[in-house]
Design a protein around this ligand. Structure first.
Ligand code: PMP
Length: 365
């Protein structure tokens, strides 16, 4: 068996240890005589798996009391509707900060359920920066302020936590789409009203959506909100109002345990800083490649880059694949290349990429 260096933006590489453990347990989980996919979600085995996954996630992110962790389905795109349906309450307006494709999509979807105020946008500059909080123009009484703290397609990451208390609006809940950088860096959960993300980057298989929501935001759903997507119903039923994505929760739990063995989020953050520095430093020093994002706002997880001679793109993709480096093609809306270097991508993988980049430039430059 040979494994490639997989730079996919998601579904993405998972820790090999986790995949091996899942393989070992596939037919018989802990002597139960059943695989996890075959278990009742209400049985004692799976209930224990879900409870441990939640406890480990809470520990890793230091989730304070007063927040509920929900295991849902539908992915982050479904949350774009589920969130306004749950959080608008009796308010009219929701504020959005637009920093790239994903927050753009979010604000468009929200217009079905709310009046949307664009509090800030970096669109005019081609989404290469995150607008400073001092420049956010919040409406008078928004239900929440929506942010996407890591734009997977653009490769843009907030270099600060959107703590509205700093602009005197601490009463407004912050919602954050953290799909592509959750668990990659230390965050202060207490600064947010709601954090969500699809699992398929840093957590596990597609199909599982994580929601961490402050309890006072529960119980405001619009009457037509589907019951299975009413956060209060999901919370009151321990994420088992409907059948949750059981196998996804199990793999997520194995990833959380792997992360704890790595030393937790602060330890993985240090590795992520080192990995991103290795790649960006190489790109910056090269006159063959470039990254176009404001250096202060560059994503540690998703690194888009361009060959200055775009005529070489096809050769680059063919040769990188032959060298065992896959999924480097940039998103179609951006072009160029993109290397996603999530938690499970080791430094050795980024080093292999940099070695290839150097070699390709030397041969083709
Ligand atoms: N938000 C962000 C930041 C993402 O990266 C993605 C997926 N790439 C989505 C939303 C959409 O996720 P899904 O397709 O799982 O709904």
């Amino acid at each position: 068996m040979s494994r490639v260096w997989n730079f996919s933006a998601g579904p993405a590489v998972l820790p090999e240890e986790v995949l091996r453990q899942a393989a070992d347990e596939m037919l018989d989980w802990h002597g139960s005589g059943m695989g996890v996919m075959e278990m009742s979600h209400r049985g004692k085995e799976f209930t224990a798996i879900a409870a441990q996954a939640e406890a480990d996630l809470r520990e890793l992110l230091a989730v304070p009391a007063g927040y509920r962790v929900l295991f849902m389905q539908g992915g982050a795109i479904a949350e774009n509707a589920i969130i306004p349906m749950n959080l608008m309450g009796d308010r009219r307006v929701a504020d959005y900060v637009v920093t790239g494709s994903w927050s753009q999509k979010s604000q468009k979807e929200a217009r079905k359920y709310a009046e949307v105020n664009i509090a800030a946008s970096s669109e005019a500059g081609g989404f290469t920066t995150v607008p400073a909080m001092a420049d956010w123009r919040l409406s008078a009484d928004p239900a929440y302020v929506f942010t996407c703290t890591n734009e997977t397609i653009g490769g843009l990451e907030y270099p600060f936590e959107p703590d509205l208390a700093q602009i005197g609006r601490g009463e407004v809940p912050v919602v954050a789409d953290m799909s592509s950088h959750i668990l990659s860096r230390v965050i202060d959960v207490s600064k947010y009203g709601l954090i969500f993300g699809g699992a398929q980057k840093n957590i596990g298989p597609a199909g599982l959506t994580i929601v961490i929501v402050r309890e006072d935001l529960l119980g405001r759903a619009m009457p037509h909100c589907p019951t299975a997507f009413d956060f209060k119903t999901v919370a009151d039923n321990g994420s088992m109002y409907n059948t949750p994505p059981t196998y996804g929760i199990y793999i997520a739990g194995l990833v959380f345990q792997w992360l704890k063995r790595q030393g937790g989020v602060a330890a993985i953050e240090a590795q992520n800083v080192a990995k991103a520095k290795l790649l960006y430093d190489f790109l910056d020093a090269s006159d063959f490649y470039e990254n176009r994002i404001d250096p202060a706002c560059r994503s540690r997880m998703n690194v888009p880059f361009f060959l200055k001679d775009e005529a070489l793109n096809d050769a680059f993709l063919v040769e990188s694949k032959a060298a065992g480096l896959v999924q480097l093609k940039g998103h179609k809306s951006v072009g160029g290349m993109r290397a996603s270097i999530y938690n499970a991508m080791p430094l050795a993988g980024v080093q292999a990429l940099v070695d290839f980049l150097r070699d390709f430039a030397a041969r083709r430059g």
